[in-house]
Design a protein around this ligand. Sequence first.
Ligand SMILES: Nc1ncnc2c1ncn2[C@@H]1O[C@H](COP(=O)(O)OP(=O)(O)OP(=O)(O)O)[C@@H](O)[C@H]1O
Length: 682
Amino acid sequence: MNLDATAVTEVEGVGSKRAKDLASLGIHSVADLFAYFPYRYEDFRLADLTEAAHDEKITLQGTLFGTPSTRWYGKKKSRLTCRMQVQGVTVSLVWFNQHFLKNKLMPGQTITVHGKWDAHRLQMNVERVFLSAEEQQRQIGRLEPVYSVNASVTVSWLRKTIAQAFRQFGGEIQECLPQALLTRYKLMERARAMMLLHFPKGWEEGRQARRRMVYEELFLYELKLMWRRRLEKTETAGIAHSIDHQRLDAFIADLPFPLTAAQRRVVDEILMDMEEPERMIRLLQGDVGSGKTVVAAIALYANHLGGYQGALMVPTEILAEQHLHSLKGLLEPRGLRVIGLTGGMKAKERREAMGQLQMGLADVVVGTHALIQEAVTYRNLGLVITDEQHRFGVKQRGLLREKGQNPDVLYMTATPIPRTMAITAYGDMDVSTIDELPAGRLPVETYWVKQDVWPRVIQFIQKQCQEKRQAYVICPLIEESEKVDLQNAQSVFEEIAQELAPTRVGLLHGKMAAAEKDEVMRSYAANEVQVLVSTTVVEVGVNVPNATVMVVYDADRFGLAQLHQLRGRVGRGSGASTCILVANPASETGVERMRVMTETTDGFEIARRDLELRGPGDFFGVRQSGTPEFKVADLMEDQKVLEVARADAQLLVKSDVLWEKEEYTPLRRWLQAFENAASIVD
Ligand SMILES: Nc1ncnc2c1ncn2[C@@H]1O[C@H](COP(=O)(O)OP(=O)(O)OP(=O)(O)O)[C@@H](O)[C@H]1O
């Protein structure tokens, strides 16, 4: 029996109305119902009063004494109190708006209560009460599942429905993991684990059930990634680039600076991949300012030497402009033709650029998403380098494949992420890391100041400008408060322009026309404008090495990853740089963020602290879409399991047993179903 194909209406007590309610929670089949796990458990084990923590929910059993009393607040609101002797201590019980209980509470009676414990007043705010002996016996020691529900479904109805589903269909739950893995990790069977996750008999059993389901979830996830990678690598043959190493080495030797050891290493990794006939799908991660652009330029040149066109795709037009400029500088002296292609270009220019790509007149193109739109065709695209921000997913790779192109792909990310995150987010890629900054870089001195010293911050900027340095002043802008934020940026701009006159100050924000933005950015890069007041459009990738001051206004409104990116806009040359965070944080997290920023400039460390402060869900929410929400696994807690599951999946994808042994049939089916779907979904 296929539980995925069994509708919830097959469960007794679920009619079409109820099925609709369940659908609103994303539950359609019996399998969905089983996989709708509780997010926590109500604990009905009796608490030890000496250990009960303040504000925690606990369960107590004791003997009532004295008479309960009710106090009324108006006609509807009441507060019922009663005293109870528990483990030799007198505690007070409080019920809100349940005056009708008064007659049921008899002095001398033993009852069990559950609710929030106030350890200072020795008082419980009672949520559940169990009066009869049978009721108490049934409830004490239980762990009751709590589900996330909405207005149309209650927790208790869901609990009952899931229990009913187990009675009818629990026996149909199929094992999906091979026996070898179950034995190796002493994992319990799938059916039992699912049952116990919903209805644990005790904590230890619950823990074991969870362990099993976490492993399964992470293993299947990794297996899917490994499988996708294998499909892409083997079934779609890549390009075995033939690279003229002599000319490439000459190019590298002619760069204005020697490569760092880390750059050299990642260049070798990339070249090796390119020379292989298998398709390259590689992630290049490096901290801000670590010099990824030049690595990209080298790869593009190598690709050209093998006779192919290359593309560099970036998230904003400003960046496209900047990279176009620097790639032209590096590659045109070598005889390459480098062109730009963005959505903001005039129709005629666009047509011209597209024509050059189609005819093979252009060797390298730099642009935004416009690069892979349907109308754009390439003569022979051999390498696409792209930015993490708009992940060039399976869908986009498919788009190119449909055009008969199967280029190598290199992703660049300036948000270094901890290893576990990299494994989950980029599990289907190889990873190269630049873990070293160019020599001579001074760490950016970072200060956190309160808003009342703003005039002194302006003075500081002025002083730097007198020394011919440049400064950024960044103001937050978010959609919800866009209007006010824009006004704010505007008035900060006016204030600074006035204070610093005749120093030239520029303003940049996302609402400006593309040409206007380009012009402001160009004049800033050329040092015609010395101070740039901007909303976050400069966050990623902008490179103006002469800028040495970064002021972030209302810094607590930015996340850590963003602050790190912003700070990375300075300290890109040999001059000493300063970052000033102006903030009066309203929350503890805000304070903590400021603290982290002043304590470290290491992007990996900041990513780790960010993760601690926000939890992985959020981390991905901002940076990545398309990263899975796990049902049971928790990336922070289950890192080790993830690593193990990944290694197991990697091994299995390469091994023959997957295809030959009977016990692997469920996994095989699962992968094949996924293979069929892979062409439709990303
Ligand atoms: N090996 C090197 N030695 C000295 N300077 C270097 C070296 N590599 C790169 N640079 C310079 O360092 C600066 C930063 O490089 P780049 O713009 O490539 O950084 P990035 O890794 O793209 O950083 P971000 O992600 O912050 O934009 C540039 O001005 C570049 O010319």
